[in-house]
Write a protein that binds this ligand. Structure first.
Ligand code: NAG
Ligand code: NAG
Ligand code: NAG
Length: 340
């Protein structure tokens, strides 16, 4: 995010663009610092500038190399399920990349397994009821767009997400639409939508986002490369959604559930399926948190139930699972989760 401080503005003006580009490649590469790398304003600026100017590579790569899926993990605690994800990735390394945005202010252990090691991008602290979760997702999209031109789908996940199907099922589900589509939930008629629309002030979203265009949907999406680029290039809506909510309206402040569905439904509704591939259980939720599955609830039946939707598609991922679910999930990995 660009700072509005006069010092920063004049400082960044002093820096010529060529210098930014010289700096950028080194700053962008995933790092192996003992802690989590912290993004500076300058790095963020360079990252988005480069991603914005980068590739007209918006369709499937034509180079003969198969397209890849970028798995974008957004976390503020340990990636407890990395062993399960490793099992899921196993044998498919050439078809995927992992990127992690870990809150640098959180104390977490860096996973040392092959797919996650050295995959941490420069990050900034994240918190609920603020646009920081949007920034983090945009940072992940920009870094992964730049990192590998073969990245063709961008799946946003959290540390509480688990896979429900084997990798090849996900891969063919994503690539089955022609033209390719993003899997993002887009809902227009949710109770409470208007309260969320005015969370920054009654007229704050105008004129860019009239209320009839305001949408809600799960934060967890899978975007095509075309849409990932559309997001990192967007400034018009981001200028609105990055504004803080009014203190008195923080109960209605969930920017990350609105920015992406609103932007994509305004710009390319036909390019979106309108649903998320990540199942969540809102039964008995409180304080905006969905049901957190514990180890005692894990069973083959649960996995099969979570896969089913009311529609013609199956869910590919589910959340939220507590870290203690790792052992029972690993026991089901080969016989249920990674078997179709
Ligand atoms: C598009 O991707 C190819 C590799 O697939 C790369 O060589 C080329 O430089 C990219 N083009 C642009 C404009 O980034
Ligand atoms: C959803 O969560 C509730 C508890 O809040 C639980 O009773 C129910 O079994 C869960 N549903 C599924 C499909 O897991
Ligand atoms: C399916 O629809 C029923 C009834 O509308 C609803 O209660 C349930 O939560 C839906 N399940 C899923 C997975 O969307």
């Amino acid at each position: 995010m660009a700072s509005s401080s006069p010092f920063f503005l004049s400082f960044s003006l002093l820096l010529s663009l060529p210098l930014l580009f010289l700096l950028a490649p080194r700053l962008l590469s995933p790092k192996t610092l003992p802690g989590i790398p912290m993004a500076t304003e300058l790095e963020d600026l360079a990252l988005f500038r480069r991603a914005t100017l980068s590739s007209s590579n918006i369709s499937l790569p034509s180079s003969g190399h198969p397209p890849k899926i970028a798995f974008l993990f957004l976390t503020n605690s340990d990636l407890s399920f990395s062993p399960l994800w490793e099992r899921f990735f196993s044998g498919h390394a050439s078809l995927l990349n992992v990127y992690v945005h870990a809150d640098p202010s959180a104390k977490l252990r860096l996973p040392q397994t092959a797919s996650f090691r050295r995959r941490f991008i420069t990050a900034k602290p994240t918190s609920r009821s603020s646009p920081t979760l949007i920034s983090a997702a945009r940072r992940l999209l920009a870094a992964s767009l730049l990192d590998d031109p073969l990245n063709s789908f961008f799946a946003l996940l959290s540390q509480h997400c688990v896979p429900l199907h084997p990798f090849p099922s996900l891969y063919s589900a994503l690539l089955s639409n022609r033209p390719l589509k993003s899997f993002i939930e887009i809902i227009a008629d949710e109770p409470g939508l208007h309260a969320r629309y005015v969370a920054r002030g009654d007229l704050a979203m105008l004129p860019e986002v009239p209320f009839p265009h305001f949408r809600v949907g799960s934060q967890f999406f899978v975007l095509t490369r075309r849409h990932a680029l559309l997001v990192v290039r967007d400034r018009r809506l981001w200028r609105k959604f990055r504004m803080p909510c009014l203190k008195s309206r923080e109960d209605s402040c969930y920017p990350e559930e609105h920015y992406f569905p609103t932007l994509l439904s305004m710009r390319d509704p036909a390019g979106c399926t309108g649903y998320t591939l990540t199942r969540v259980n809102w039964t008995g939720s409180f304080d905006g948190h969905p049901h957190l599955y514990g180890p005692g609830e894990i069973s083959a039946d649960l996995i099969r139930t979570l896969r089913k939707s009311n529609s013609s598609y199956e869910y590919m991922f589910a959340r939220k699972f507590s870290p203690a679910c790792l052992a029972p999930l690993m026991e089901l990995a080969d016989t249920v989760i990674l078997k179709d």
